[in-house]
Write a protein that binds this ligand. Structure first.
Ligand code: FAD
Ligand code: NDP
Length: 593
């Protein structure tokens, strides 16, 4: 082999400089080199460092480096192929801001490093985290009013028209139940106990108002620019922000995150939008909704029907097919049975045909509907609440102008690690295809994405074993596989289900229904009975379920559950003593504590 020439050493150095965005030639013992490396570490900037004292042919390399840099001392720093200099030069460039410009050569071309479209759970999380990492960030949030004109403040669905008002109204419902229970515990509540919608509404809306305000303050503190305008892409790096007066402001950014969420769907029937409402309107209604027809049978429908009924209203649910599609159907039917016993009427299988306004009479609206059998039914109500699913807000934001792919059948955005098919445009939250539509999921995905974009992190959002709770009158918490999905995925011979009814101790004194509460663990036999499905129907389901998600994520087996020692007397302790398998056919009914 011919001896390696000076040109060969030069081209080796050239390759290091060209291949690495930040290239540092260093010596491992040199304090100035350490100082420079520490600076880049503190900025979360990735660099490649060649320690000349630890490299074969170090002296030759150093000579070639000196020829390129014009200096033989170390460190020598190159950014994007450009020579920056040694330690003092690097520190000076950092102080003057030149270093950041060199590191983000494109940023200076744009108004922002990142524009987030949508200031809900996901958007706020991503924008605040990115700003904390030193980026120049703007977040646009705009609420298009509902057909009856309802609108709200910063924070998105969860805070304004989702989790927060829903859980607080559910709490109002639980308090009503507690008042009933309290008599057997010796409380003497004299006089008529009745619920006042207006008081509840005002206090909940005031709380929401304080959350809206806090979000604005947080954005200001984190130096995120909040723009109360509707964002639409114009081209690859440009959007227009259209405010409520129609004024358009152009804005540009190096990166974008789309976090526009979803809005409730209306059926294509006469009178739906004119006379019906959705969850976007319900929580801020001035007056009690009165006799209510809830149309739909998933999360939103069952939760809203549950608290309205417990507040004393006459509630009917019109179900097109099954309850809680996608959830364990055994659990879903138990929820339905309990709700029916609590006085909620179910019409199923049935779909609405028309809603019309009544000019006089006891109620305000008449609803025509068709049973699956073909029979036509007519009912009169004060409020018709549509809870038939939600549409992703992706059809009017100019995604076609930038070529972001959208699933045309549902408006959802397919992503790989939250990156769309257009590399500088990302998406998070409810608009993602095939991901759970839950607040903590949007928040986690947003924050992890920001860290990957701006802090050299490689941690991805893990969408498996995400716990969730349906806040129906009897709450339902679950993690992982439904029984049906487990059987379909692994085959009946590989699945064992352990189950039991539960009688909460607190329910005994007020003589509430025995054995309405229930739980089961779905175990994968070939993997040492690893628990792949957790289901709990009973009080405080959210609190009970949350901690167990850690166990399922960590691969806990049935034996691990058995090895737990329960906390007595609680409902959750049942998971440490489950012995009855479904296949045994043995009774799971509980006699007492
Ligand atoms: P969102 O929070 O919806 O935020 C999107 C924001 O972007 C909105 O403010 C929207 O107005 C704005 N926007 C849209 N287009 C534009 C545009 N072009 N320009 C500017 N702004 C725009 N999840 C739970 O985890 N637990 C619960 O108990 C729970 N309960 C729920 C109850 C109900 C009734 C509903 C409807 C949902 C519930 N969810 C719950 C789901 C949860 O609210 C969502 O998963 C979460 O809000 C999704 O966050 P996101 O950031 O994707 O979107
Ligand atoms: P879903 O899409 O989950 O369910 C829609 C329901 O409406 C189904 O029961 C469906 O019936 C029915 N439906 C659809 N079209 C019609 C129609 N034309 N006529 C009659 N019925 C119809 O929607 P949701 O709005 O309930 O929930 C959306 C998401 O929000 C959930 O997936 C969840 O992630 C999130 N969420 C979370 C909550 C929580 O964490 N506690 C609470 C509320 C929402 P069919 O089964 O026949 O299709």
């Amino acid at each position: 082999m011919p001896p390696i020439s000076d040109e060969d050493w030069a081209s080796a150095i050239e390759e290091y400089v060209n291949k690495n965005k930040v290239m540092i030639f260093s010596k491992s013992f040199c304090p100035y080199c350490t100082k420079v490396k520490e600076l880049f570490n503190s900025l979360n900037v990735e660099y490649y460092c060649l320690e000349l004292d630890k490299t074969d042919n170090g002296p030759q390399m150093q000579r070639a480096m000196a020829a390129k840099a014009g200096k033989s001392s170390v460190p020598q720093v190159f950014i994007e192929g450009q020579h920056l200099g040694g330690c003092d030069d690097t520190m000076a460039a950092h102080s003057s801001g030149k270093l950041l410009e060199l590191l983000n050569p494109e940023s200076e071309k744009y108004d922002y490093d990142l524009i987030v479209i949508g200031g809900g759970s996901g958007g706020l999380s991503a924008s605040k985290e990115s700003a904390r990492l030193g980026k120049k960030v703007a977040v646009l949030d705009f609420v298009t009013p509902t057909p009856i004109g309802t609108t709200w403040g910063l924070g998105g669905t969860c805070v304004n028209v989702g989790c927060i008002p829903k859980k607080l109204m559910h709490q109002a419902a639980l308090l009503g139940q507690a008042i009933k229970d309290s008599k057997n515990y010796g409380w003497n509540i004299s006089g008529a106990v009745e619920h006042n919608w207006a008081v509840m509404r005002e206090n909940i809306q005031n709380h929401i108002g304080s959350l809206n305000w806090n979000y604005k303050v947080q954005l200001r503190t984190e130096q995120v620019k909040y723009v109360n305008a509707y964002g639409q892409f114009i081209d690859d790096h440009h959007i227009k922000a259209v405010d409520k007066k129609g004024k358009e402001t152009p804005m540009s950014s190096r990166h974008f995150i789309i976090a526009t969420g979803e809005r409730p769907r209306y059926p294509d029937i006469e009178g739906a939008k004119e006379y019906g409402i959705t969850s976007d309107d319900l929580f801020s209604l001035e007056n009690s909704p009165g006799k209510t027809l809830v149309i739909g049978a998933s999360y939103v429908a069952l939760e809203c029907a549950g608290f309205l009924s417990a507040l004393g209203l006459d509630v009917t649910i019109m179900v097109r097919s099954i309850l809680l599609r996608g959830f364990d159907q055994d659990m879903a039917e138990r929820i339905g049975e309990y709700m029916a016993k609590e006085g909620i009427k179910f019409i199923r299988p049935c779909v609405p045909q028309k809603v019309e306004k009544l000019e006089s009479g006891e109620h305000k609206l008449r609803v025509y509907a068709k049973m699956q059998s073909g029979e036509e039914i007519i009912g009169e109500y004060d409020t018709v609440l549509f809870a038939i699913g939600r549409n992703a807000c992706t059809d009017n934001i100019g995604l076609d102008k930038v070529g972001v792919k959208v699933n045309s059948s549902n408006g959802k955005v397919p992503v790989e690690n939250e990156q769309t098919n257009v590399p500088h445009i990302y998406a998070i939250g409810d608009i993602l295809e095939g991901k759970p539509e839950l607040t903590p999921v949007a928040i986690e995905a947003g924050s992890l994405l920001a860290k990957r974009l701006y802090a050299n992190s490689n941690v991805q959002c893990d969408y498996t074993f995400i716990p969730t709770t349906v806040f129906t009158p009897l709450e339902y918490g679950c993690i992982g596989f439904s029984e049906e999905k487990a059987l379909e995925t692994y085959g009946a011979e590989n699945i064992e289900v352990y189950h039991s009814n539960i009688m909460p101790l607190e329910w005994t004194v007020p003589k509430r229904e025995a054995n309405a509460c229930y739980c089961k663990l779905i175990c994968l036999i070939p993997e040492n009975e690893r628990v792949i499905g957790f289901h709990y129907l009973g009080p405080n389901a959210g609190e009970v379920t949350q901690g167990f998600s850690l166990g399922l994520k960590k691969g806990a087996t049935k034996a691990d559950f058995d090895a737990m020692i329960g906390i007595h007397p609680t409902c959750a302790e049942i998971f440490s003593t489950l012995t009855v398998t479904k296949s045994s056919g043995k009774s799971t009914l509980q006699a007492g504590c």
